[in-house]
Each structure stands twice: as structure tokens, then as C-alpha cells.
Design a protein around this ligand. Structure first.
Ligand SMILES: O=C(O)c1cc(C(=O)O)c2c(n1)C(=O)C(=O)c1cc(C(=O)O)[nH]c1-2
Ligand SMILES: [Ca+2]
Length: 736
């Protein structure tokens, strides 16, 4: 069975019987003697990534983004002896989602706030750093923490996006700026909002750096841009949803948007002012086999389909994979996974290509596990739907039409049309989010960091009322939170789950699973040593047996891990490295509920393991924010509105119902809530903008801000004793 996968069988065969010598030769010697021809301008180096498996040259290691490394010096028999080789503390204690690149012994790691660190991959010593100085007050212009998922490497330069929308090229040796461009055209801003943020890793195809952006929770019209890798000149830009007036944008997307996509939108829906969404915030993949670029397209803006498109049409290309020609951005095919999106079911999740036996024939396919919970197999050349099966429990659709792949909707799930509430599984965070999955050609299995996080969808009462400075979903923000009753919380917590699904793509069924404590765990790498490496939300880093999921190694990393590990060779030794740092949307929005994945505090760093490592992490406080006795008095008449304002403007970062998730300040214990002026200085006048806290005096009146303060004092009184008691629990997790 193994022989049918992948292209470069001879090398894989060599490494499969692997000795340290073989891995050393292919990893290190090949890399150091490679010089210009291998890492040069042609892309051959990435196309033939398996000729130098000691490096990690592109986001998913190879263009197929399988996150499989043939290295086998570390394997099932010795992984139990894995040790910390080095660690490098980061200067941002927020979510770390980056995949570091390794080129010729140098690690290029992007971190939160779009910073770049070049480290010696053998020692963790800093070689150079680059800080693009993203302004602190724009943190709330993105939905989900000021994360960054990684860089691209090409012809002696490293490229990465910044949260304020730039694409930056640096000299890989010196860290000096080569060029920097604003990827967001001035006329993309919508009304008062400028909501485009860049946190995904750029990809490079045929000398072009391709990058998208986020923003569909605010009012955005998705697009990707391709820039010349040498000069930074804009080559082409492809929009993923139509122009509101159905006019040409002078872009390669014009023809398909005007002929195919526009008729799938109502001409009078709120999308015409809100942009429609469809942001390409994570997956962009170039496939040298088909010579196509695949875009993973995001959710609708606003989420509410009734408001967005009058409840009409499929809304192309939301929730789709779109294939383009790399040179021109010309449209080739699309496949829509979630027509009529109203659940934030993005299709941006990692796009992986494979050669798979299907009905006795080897087919070159895309495998995809988007948020909506179905595992899709799609012909990579034509976009033809081959099969689809749910990889997690789903309640919004009973299955997919076997011919077309269209979901068979549960009518109750269409909450914007039926006017009812909908407790959706998956919820808005998906059955699988940005945490990368991996494929092992040795087991034939895809390993998906799966999760279950339900979400209560309820339409905004009285029609769509956009706010100038917060999320604009068209939902009732009072309802999206979980009420504080112990029963409601317990029921919700029971539904929170996280695990690895080992998925057999040939049989379209689960082979086995590895259960975790809760959702929001890191991405996965699979190796030639028949190992899976994964960091977890509870702060542990694990190695599992790829054939059966047995837990073979774990290490306490002192903070939740959400990033995917990489593995590489340096000085003849195999290393496994990962960025550590709890964050992203889950602990921001779910707040205290997210702590049930395992109590975590953010201590951000890069950690690297080898078989003979001798490093030790310093001792740490892992108890998180300590409760401070709150003021006794509050104005009970203001707290209901305070709750509404909090859920609308603050909860997305400081946590549902004012309980923080271990990353940003827990406002119940903030000194600022003790005085009206102090609180207004921070929230209204922007005293903490340098730290990522925007000012809200343009979008909220002083009375609204004071209502929030009164609500916070009430919440701190209501929950103080519970939090004090929680610090006495054995595992430190507050009772919920
Ligand atoms: O619709 C969008 O534009 C958009 C952007 C992003 C982003 O840029 O990070 C996320 C999402 N959506 C999203 O739905 C989501 O679940 C999500 C999680 C994360 C994260 O990094 O933790 N980002 C995003
Ligand atoms: Ca989204």
C-alpha cells in the first residue's frame, strides 16, 4: 500500500530503513553543499524538498503540505530519551502559531506581533531579529490575537506578513530590509472600518509571493495578492467575492465573479456595504504537479446569511477552494464546501495534496478538513468532488450529496432563515482550525488535530446594526456567551473536546484516535521514525506512535502550545522544535472556559529537542492571574447594559463573561476597574495602546464605558471566592 503514495520513492525507501548516517548525509551535508542552485530562484529546491530533508523550506515542508518529514534518527525505539536541547524566550507573551523554517542550519521563526527571529538551529542562539513595529492599537482590528503563522523562503530572502497588512522581504543572512509593500489597497477600507490584517504565512510559486488576509468578522472583501519576489511589485490580485456593483476591478477575478459568482448573491444584501467576507487568511498552496495555486476561502461577512444576502443564493466563493494559474491569477476551478455559510465555516484550513488509490486508480487529489467537519477528497486538477465524510460529529448536515458534495442541511441549522437559535456542532471554531494536520506515507493516515467547540448562533434582533469598532456578525452578542449558571456551564464544558483523529483517506474512516484534555491543541508533524509530534493546550509536548497512537514521550513546556512542530537536521543531529505560547481566538473568546483544556499561563518561547539535549527550563509560576479582592459597591442598574457592551466590544479578547483565558489581562482583577477615571483613561483614551489595547472613545460614549466597569465589578464580586478556591485545586483549574 505504501508504494502508491508520494513521488520520490527511492529516497523515501533509503530513509525508511534509515540509519543515522543516511539521515545525516541527506540532511546536513546536502544542505550545506547546496549553494545557489538548490536554494536559488527557480523553486526547484522546494519542488525537490525531499532531496534535502534536513531543511524545512516552506510552511508545510513541501509544496504538498503533508508535514511529513522522512527523518528517522529519532524514532519509536529512542523517542523516550528525547531531551530539551535549547530554548529561546520570546518577547511577546501571546499566542504563538508559527511554523519555523529551517534553511541551511538557520531557523526563521515568526512570532506574535509579526516579529521575525533568525536563530542558530543547533543552539537557539539569536543571529538577528526584525521587528516591523506593528502599532499596538490595531490588535482589535483582527478577530483572533496578533498571531503570525510563518514565513516563506526564496532565493536568499525571507518573507512574512504583518498584522497591519504589510508584506516584508528581508535578506536571510543579515535580516536587512530588502522591500516592504502594503498588501491592502487604499480603496479596500469599508466605511469607518479598516479591518484587513495579515497573519497567515505567505507562499511562493514561480517567483511570486502570494498572500491573503483576515477580516471577515468585521467587514471585508477577501482577496489574495501576488508580488514579484525580487522587487515586491504587485503582479496580480484575485478577489474571492463579487464587486458590490458587479463592476470589473481590473483584476483576473473579474470574469468569473461577474459571470458565475455575482448571480449567487442578492444584489440588496448587507454584503454590498460589508464586503461579503471570503478572506483567505491561512491556506494558499502551490501544486507543481497541476501547476495550480489553491486558495482556501473563508466565511461570509456578516455571518448572518439573511442579512448578508437576504437569505438567497450560495454566495460564491465563500467556504470554497478556488484554483488559479500562478502566473496570472486566472481562475481555473472552484469547489464550494459550505454554500450559504452562516456558521463561520471557513475553508481556509490547510490544503494538502496526495497521490491516493481510489477505485484501483492512483489519483492526484486534495484532501481537506475544513471547519465544517467533513473530510473532502477532491481531484487536484479539475476540482471534481470524489468523496466526503464527517471526521468529527456534526449536527448541521446529515451528510454530503455523493455526486455533488453539497451538504444535506439540517433545516434547524439554518437559523437565519428559520428565526430560531441554533446550538451548532462544529461551532464557529470548527472541527479543525489552523492547527496543521499531517500525513504519513508509511501509515497512509492523515492526522487531524480535531476538536468540538459548540456555538450558540442567534440572529441580531431588529435587523443588522453594524458597529464601527467591533465584530459585526449580525448575531445577538448577548447570546453567544455561556450563562453563568452552573448547569449551563457544566453542559457546555461536557461538550468541549480535543483529540487527534487518525483518518484513513482511502476508506474515509477513522483508524484510531488520541484523546486530549480539551480543544485547541497544536498542529502535528509525522516522521519517518513513525512518530507524531504535537504540543497540547495543557502545556505538554508529546510524541505518539504513528501506527497506533501510543503515547511515547511528554515534556512540560510551561504554556499551552497551539503551533505545529517542525523537525530538521543540524550538525548531523535530528531536532524537533515548536513555538510555545497559549493564545489565538480560543482562550481570548472563551476565556475562563478555555482553561478546562488544562490550566495554562503564557510563557512564550521556541523549544527544541534532541536525543542528547541538556537544557532545562527555568522554574515558573503557573497559577495565572491571582484574584484581587474587588470593590464591594457597584451600580446594579448599569450591569445588564455593561454585560451587553462587554460582550460586544471586549469579550473577543478578554474572555466570555469577563473571565480571561490565561493570555490577556483578566479585567476582574485589574486595578483600573477601581476608579472611573483610571478605567476611562485605558478604555476611552488609550493609555495602553502600546500594549495592544485600542482606545474606544470614538465608538463608545463615556456612559457605556462606565457601564462596562460596573459590570466588571459585579463579576469580580460574583466570582472572587470561586477563583480563590480554584487556586487550591490539585490541578489548579477553577471549578466552573
Ligand atoms: O474570517 C476571517 O477573516 C478570519 C481571520 C482569522 C485570522 O486572520 O486569524 C481567523 C478567523 N477568521 C476564524 O474564523 C478563526 O476561527 C480563527 C482562529 C484564529 C487564530 O489564529 O486563533 N484566527 C482565525
Ligand atoms: Ca472567520
Amino acid at each position: 500500500m505504501r508504494a502508491v503514495y508520494g513521488k520520490r520513492r527511492s529516497l523515501r525507501g533509503t530513509l525508511a530503513v534509515g540509519t543515522i548516517c543516511a539521515a545525516t548525509f541527506f540532511g546536513y551535508t546536502a544542505a550545506t553543499s547546496a549553494a545557489e542552485s538548490e536554494f536559488g530562484a527557480t523553486g526547484e529546491a522546494i519542488i525537490h524538498a525531499d532531496d534535502h530533508p534536513g531543511d524545512w523550506l516552506t510552511y508545510g515542508r513541501t509544496y504538498s503540505e503533508q508535514r511529513y518529514s522522512p527523518l528517522d534518527q529519532i524514532n519509536r525505539s529512542n523517542v523516550g530519551n528525547l531531551k530539551l536541547a535549547w530554548y529561546y524566550d520570546l518577547d511577546t507573551n501571546r499566542g504563538q502559531e508559527g511554523t519555523p523554517l529551517i534553511v541551511d542550519g538557520v531557523m526563521y521563526a515568526t512570532t506574535n506581533w509579526s516579529k521575525m527571529k533568525a536563530l542558530d538551529a543547533a543552539t537557539g542562539k539569536l543571529l538577528w531579529a526584525y521587528d516591523p513595529r506593528v502599532p499596538g492599537n490595531i490588535a482589535d482590528k483582527g478577530c483572533c490575537d496578533t498571531v503570525n503563522r510563518g514565513a516563506a523562503y526564496w532565493n536568499g530572502k525571507v518573507y512574512f506578513g504583518t498584522f497591519d497588512g504589510r508584506l516584508i522581504a528581508l535578506d536571510a543572512k543579515t535580516g536587512k530590509l530588502v522591500w516592504s509593500v502594503n498588501t491592502i489597497p487604499a480603496d479596500a477600507a469599508l466605511g469607518h472600518q479598516r479591518s484587513y490584517t495579515v497573519d497567515g504565512a505567505p507562499r511562493i510559486a514561480k517567483g511570486r509571493v502570494i498572500i491573503g488576509n483576515g477580516g471577515s468578522e468585521f467587514g471585508a472583501r477577501g482577496f489574495v495578492s501576488a508580488f514579484d519576489a525580487e522587487t515586491g511589485k504587485l503582479d496580480w490580485r484575485f478577489y474571492t467575492v463579487p464587486n458590490a456593483q458587479n463592476k470589473p476591478d481590473n483584476a483576473p477575478s473579474d470574469a468569473v465573479l461577474m459571470s458565475k459568482a455575482y448571480p449567487t448573491w442578492s444584489p440588496t444584501g448587507a454584503w454590498t456595504t460589508q464586503g461579503g467576507g471570503g478572506t483567505v487568511w491561512d491556506s494558499i498552496v502551490y501544486d507543481p504537479v497541476t501547476d495550480l495555486v489553491y486558495l482556501g476561502v473563508g466565511n461570509g461577512s456578516p455571518w448572518n446569511y439573511k442579512f448578508r444576502s437576504d437569505g438567497k443564493g450560495d454566495n460564491l466563493f465563500l467556504g470554497s477552494i478556488v484554483a488559479l494559474k500562478p502566473e496570472t491569477g486566472e481562475y481555473v476551478w472552484h469547489f464550494q464546501e459550505t454554500p450559504m455559510d452562516q456558521w463561520d465555516y471557513t475553508s481556509v484550513q490547510q490544503i494538502m495534496t496526495l497521490d491516493l488509490p481510489i477505485n484501483g486508480q492512483t489519483r492526484h487529489v486534495i484532501v481537506h478538513a475544513p471547519k465544517n467537519g467533513f473530510f473532502y477528497i477532491i481531484d487536484a486538477k479539475t476540482g471534481e468532488f470524489l468523496s466526503g465524510k464527517n471526521y468529527v460529529y456534526v449536527n448541521w448536515a446529515s451528510g454530503l450529496d455523493p455526486k455533488t458534495g453539497r451538504p444535506i442541511y439540517n433545516p434547524d441549522a439554518l437559523y437565519t432563515l428559520n428565526g430560531k437559535e441554533w446550538y451548532g456542532i462544529p461551532g464557529d471554531l470548527g472541527g479543525h482550525n489552523f492547527a496543521a494536520m499531517a500525513f504519513s506515507p508509511r501509515t497512509g493516515l492523515v492526522y487531524i488535530p480535531a476538536q468540538q467547540v459548540p456555538f450558540l448562533y442567534t440572529s441580531q434582533v431588529g435587523g443588522f446594526k453594524p458597529h464601527p469598532d467591533s465584530w459585526n456578525l449580525g448575531l445577538d452578542m448577548n447570546k453567544v456567551g455561556v450563562t453563568d449558571s452552573p448547569e449551563a456551564k457544566q453542559a457546555f464544558i461536557k461538550d468541549l473536546k480535543g483529540w487527534i483523529v487518525a483518518w484513513d483517506p482511502v476508506k474515509q474512516q477513522e483508524a484510531f484516535r488520541v484523546d486530549h484534555k480539551g480543544p485547541w491543541n497544536g498542529g502535528i508533524v509525522a516522521t519517518g521514525g513513525d512518530l507524531l509530534f504535537q504540543g497540547l493546550a495543557n502545556g505538554e509536548f508529546h510524541a505518539y506512535d504513528a501506527t497506533n497512537g501510543a503515547d511515547l514521550f511528554h515534556f512540560a513546556a510551561q504554556s499551552g502550545i497551539i503551533a505545529p512542530p517542525v523537525t530538521y537536521m543540524a550538525n548531523g543531529k535530528q531536532y524537533v522544535a515548536v513555538e510555545v505560547g497559549w493564545g489565538g481566538i480560543y482562550p481570548f473568546f472563551l476565556g475562563g472556559l478555555a482553561r478546562t483544556s488544562g490550566w495554562t499561563v503564557n510563557h512564550s518561547r521556541v523549544i527544541a529537542f534532541s536525543l542528547d539535549g541538556a537544557a532545562k527550563l527555568p522554574p515558573q509560576n503557573d497559577k495565572g492571574f491571582l484574584p484581587v479582592k474587588p470593590p464591594a459597591q457597584f451600580d446594579g442598574k448599569r450591569t445588564d447594559n455593561g454585560y451587553f457592551e462587554f460582550q460586544t466590544f471586549c469579550a473577543a479578547c478578554h474572555g466570555d463573561n469577563a473571565e480571561a483565558g490565561g493570555v490577556l489581562p483578566d479585567l476582574r482583577w485589574s486595578g483600573a476597574i477601581r476608579h472611573q477615571d483610571a478605567f476611562y483613561n485605558v478604555v476611552g483614551r488609550g493609555a495602553l495602546t502600546a500594549y495592544g489595547m485600542d482606545r474606544f472613545d470614538a465608538s463608545m460614549k463615556p456612559e457605556q464605558i462606565e457601564d462596562i466597569r460596573q459590570f466588571l465589578i459585579k463579576r469580580s464580586n460574583d466570582t472572587y471566592q470561586r477563583e480563590v478556591d480554584a487556586r487550591k485545586n490539585v490541578d489548579g483549574i477553577p471549578a466552573q
